[in-house]
Write a protein that binds this ligand. Structure first.
Ligand code: SAH
Ligand code: SF4
Length: 418
């Protein structure tokens, strides 16, 4: 069903300098004539089965079977669904696909980190398709997948490259779950699949290579709430992809009203991009702060249900040279977070062409992290890894321009996987 083309470029919705800016997603998702089943919930699958004539009495059982093929086995072909009758397979194939986002490029680093460049359809046939990245970071005891929630971002954080992108489109649940499907396809990480070599995160038969998810790729997940929620509930479903909610972390720049919703409707772990301890500075770095200032944001964090020493909120803090990296800032950060079960992730700033910021000096990051460590925020286990990341940032100082997008994302995601 192709809808007539419409132009959605409305200059009145474009950002104006100086004002608080939230870009409107100008791009719309136009479903293909033959939609993919990947990313459908049980209820939506039941509807899909109804459209191909499966009688009501059989639907629940069929949904159960297809759910298994989609989310445990990762079937890419209806014919692989051997527990489903031939007739139903043919009927499904006539109306639906099992497509995932198209993989345009795959990069594999020597440490096993993988990055996929994925292509998503644009709204207009003649327009360049959209591209998003999805990164997999294997470690000894886990494998973390960093997912995008939007093409571009409606927000305009001044240190973030994504925020400079004009066009924004919300991803569909299928495109979010599709990123997990691509990763599991490429890693051979489905039940019965042949594992890709060089990955030993969990060992054959002892759980999956993709064990954790972080929503910290492109986009603000809490501004695409329903799609992110629906996708993460599929990811957490114990009879499917089965990644526990404790192993799913959603990172937000501080969309306060949706923080409580994330707790109630998703129940995942939360990461908050704080980056500054004063409203004046945070207004500049994260303009959404003008709408939801630090005090409101931290109140929402305090009220996040289920927090304990074992279930903490992660506060992300990007290290910007001479902007937010003074030792007074470090002390203020500790005071600000007092009483909230928190982890603090210092993220080395990753420069991009045209940015006005620089990454803090390595020595400064060390001192900053020491203050935080001495306040009890980093466990001894976590410190060496933190140090690794900091060391990486130190190296970046000389080679920052050479840092690939993959490495940048990997650094960001690594900082998240504790
Ligand atoms: N929009 C969400 C999630 C995606 S951004 C959010 O802002 O939380 C994921 C993390 O990367 C955020 O903490 C963000 O502040 C940080 N980030 C963005 N650009 C960065 C850069 N150039 N260097 C380091 N961290 C960056
Ligand atoms: Fe969007 Fe997050 Fe980048 Fe801010 S930091 S512009 S919220 S992706």
């Amino acid at each position: 069903m192709t809808e007539p083309l419409q132009t959605t470029s409305d200059s009145s919705t474009m950002p104006t300098a100086g004002s608080f800016v939230e870009k409107t997603p100008l791009e719309r998702y136009l479903p293909p004539a033959k939609p993919s089943l990947v990313g459908l919930s049980r209820a939506q699958l039941a509807e899909a089965l109804a459209t191909v004539g499966v009688p009501t009495a059989q639907r629940k059982m069929r949904v159960q079977q297809i759910w298994h093929w989609l989310y445990v086995r990762g079937a890419r072909d209806f014919d692989a669904m051997t527990s489903v009758s031939k007739e139903l397979r043919a009927a499904l194939a006539a109306h639906f696909t099992l497509e995932r986002p198209e993989v345009v490029a795959e990069q594999i680093s020597t440490d096993g980190t993988r990055k996929w460049l994925l292509r998503l359809p644009g709204e207009h046939a003649l327009e360049r398709p959209h591209e998003i990245e999805c990164v997999y970071i294997p470690e000894t005891d886990r494998g973390t997948l960093c997912l995008s929630s939007q093409v571009g971002c409606t927000l305009t954080c001044s240190f973030c490259h994504t925020g400079t992108q004009r066009l924004v489109r919300n991803l569909t649940p299928g495109e979010i779950v599709g990123q997990i499907a691509v990763a599991r396809d490429r890693l051979g990480d489905w039940l019965g699949g042949a594992r890709a070599s060089g990955n030993s995160a969990d060992g054959e038969g002892r759980g999956r290579l993709v064990s954790n998810i972080v929503m910290m790729g492109m986009g603000e997940p809490l501004y695409n709430f329903e799609a992110v929620r629906d996708a993460l509930l599929i990811a957490a479903d114990g009879e499917g992809i089965a990644i526990s909610k404790r192993r799913i972390t959603l990172s937000t720049s501080g969309v306060v009203p949706n923080i409580a919703r994330a707790a109630a409707e998703i129940g995942c772990m939360l990461a908050v991009s704080l980056h500054a301890v004063r409203d004046e500075l945070r207004n500049e770095l994260v303009p959404l702060n003008r709408k939801y200032p630090i005090e409101q944001l931290l109140d929402a964090c305090r009220n996040y249900p289920g927090l304990s020493n074992a279930r903490r909120i992660t506060f992300e803090y990007v290290m910007l040279k001479d902007v937010n990296d003074s030792l007074a800032d470090a002390n203020a950060l500790i005071k600000l977070l007092a009483g909230i079960p928190a982890k603090i992730n210092l993220i080395p700033f990753n420069p991009w062409p045209g940015t006005r910021y620089e990454c803090s000096d390595w020595e400064r990051i060390e001192k900053f992290s020491e203050i935080i460590f001495n306040a009890g925020y980093a466990s001894p286990v976590r410190t060496p890894r933190g140090r690794d990341i900091l060391a990486a940032c130190g190296q970046l100082k000389s080679a920052s321009e050479k840092l690939s997008a993959r490495e940048r994302l990997a650094l960001r995601a690594m900082a998240m996987t504790d």
